[in-house]
Design a protein around this ligand. Sequence first.
Ligand code: ADP
Ligand code: MG
Length: 497
Amino acid sequence: MNIEKSQVIRGAKSDFVFVIGLEVHAQVRSNSKLFSGASTQFGAEPNSNVSFIDAGMPGMLPVVNSFCIEQAVKTGLGINAEINLISRFDRKNYFYPDLPQGYQISQLYEPIVGKGKISIQTEEKLQKKVGIERIHLEQDAGKSIHDMDPTTSFVDLNRTGIALMEIVSKPEINSPFEAVEYIKKLRLIMRYLETCDGNMQEGSLRADVNVSVCEINTFQKFIETDDYDLLGTRCEIKNMNSLKFIQQAINFEARRQIKLIEAGKKVDQETRLYDPNKNETRPLRSKEDAHDYRYFPCPDLLKIVLERAWVDKIRDDLPELPDQKQHRFIDDFNITPYDAEVIVADHVTAEFFEAIATNTDGKIAANLLINELFGRLNKDNLSFNENPTTVGQIRELINLIKSDQISSKGAKEIFDHIWTSGGNPSELVDLLGLRQVQDTSLIEQIVDDVIKENPSQVDKVKSNPKLIGWFVGQVMKKSEGKADPKIINKIVNEKLK
Ligand code: ADP
Ligand code: MG
């Protein structure tokens, strides 16, 4: 590994490298909670999705939702991780005003998923793998509301007990850009797997961001020795759910730490909060230790024991993931890696692309999708699901372009037409008078006319072959823009050379 420019941050005296580890909390896509049958529906009436278990009533016993287990296993397989056939739940004891049972059921000692990795691109466009330490399942807490009344606080327990996957990365992320890429990639994989909807606004994906800085020569030594003790003290920025703010928070936090270090002070390990209004992080509490939580195995739950064959079956049934899909699209449809990346960035668009490109023309399909369709969605501020065009219409359009029956300008016109008023491209070609003239003898006739009408230009072409373009333009004009430019070019060249 080499240190890249985007990974370096300048201090007053020397250069430092960002060292970042993320703990991503991903809400499991499941209709009911991790240990109760209560609904997980977002936006429900406050405290309407709360069972006796979620409310922490004495004597209630949690029952594991096996679908959540399956979702965690699926996610683990999607990031090439080891699946632990035996895992178990622990209690993390704490006073949580929004988790009435008084402890969070989590997995500290034996998580369900072990080490894995995902690949991302650095700002310099190099591939890089980021290690994942583990994924464990745990309960989410509810929501305390302090700003609805001047004297009273409220609590909404709808989210209490919803299953979260905590995905813990190794400190192998080395720039704010990489942190964002990592989260996006993770989110994309989980969306393909349908294990988390990844909706950051709704809180389905949040991250605790651990940041430290390492003087560049020391970091070089770290690369050579892999000695984690060489890394600096980290601070953890809690509960971030915006990619933009994550980037800003890392930048602020790294600079703050560098200033301390260069002033000869030390960085205290602590939990901090990011304030986007002031673009700064502020201390929340000094870092607690695991023993403060008095973790112990949850006596209400048995160990989770998975059968190898069950895990293998899930592995066999995994959908094609974004990286694989991207490679296949490049190979099968002959499109650029960049276009492929844009297309697979959403599995609904990827599906649409495959439907329009199969047995038509991949390059034309990618071009229409990215330039026309995405452009138009953007302009009209629509999501892909609101796209009014159909696979059938776009396939017809691709075939018209491919067989040179319409020009690229004609294609745009037809696209605009089907976007606003529908219709079949194969009929619209003639309705809108957009069919290209491909009749060679007709085009030849026009070429002859133009040559006859412009004897002096013909003389000039002999000394200046660049003037051929002028003839092509004249022929195009005479044909009212309908002659196929490829054919005009061919004939003009034959006649004037
Ligand atoms: P803890 O158990 O104290 O929470 P972990 O070892 O589980 O600590 O690490 C929590 C997160 O902190 C992980 O995502 C890890 O990658 C990250 N981390 C660990 N050391 C550093 C460091 N020096 N700089 C930045 N992040 C770090
Ligand atoms: Mg932690």
